[in-house]
Design a protein around this ligand. Structure first.
Ligand SMILES: [Zn+2]
Length: 131
């Protein structure tokens, strides 16, 4: 018998996977919509500048957000495939199931997430994943 070392049930994982796949579809649909918007609005008057510049910058930021979200979801799905879902990528401790329930795409425990965010705020690169 495989000793996985943490206690997420098959049922829990199945539920999480469903949520992640729904999020993935949602993010992809949103990305497509945003990218179409970006392609559609290129009628720029050189004299006037781009009146939609602000709008376009906002959309570009939204695209980046959705891309990050998609990336996170894919990462979590890969972790499920690899049988390591629910283990923090940084400290390799189990992630609290309540956290996974709320944020199924989480690949870091709360402590590491806070640490990474703290480092990001100070513009430091977080140390590499210890896999
Ligand atoms: Zn951790």
């Amino acid at each position: 018998m495989e000793a996985r070392g943490w206690a997420l049930s098959e049922e829990f994982i199945a539920r999480v996977k469903e949520k992640l796949e729904a999020q993935r579809r949602e993010a992809e649909a949103e990305l497509q919509r945003l990218r179409e918007f970006m392609q559609g609005e290129v009628d720029v008057d050189a004299e006037e500048g781009d009146p939609d510049l602000f709008e376009r910058e906002k959309v570009a930021a939204l695209i980046a957000t959705q891309e990050r979200r998609l990336e996170a979801v894919d990462r979590a799905l890969k972790a499920i495939e690899a049988g390591v879902y629910g283990i923090c990528e940084r400290c390799r401790q189990p992630i609290a199931p309540e956290r996974l329930e709320a944020r199924p795409e989480a690949v870091l425990c709360i402590a590491c997430q806070q640490e990474v965010e703290r480092l990001a705020r100070r513009n430091l690169t977080p140390p590499p994943t210890r896999w």
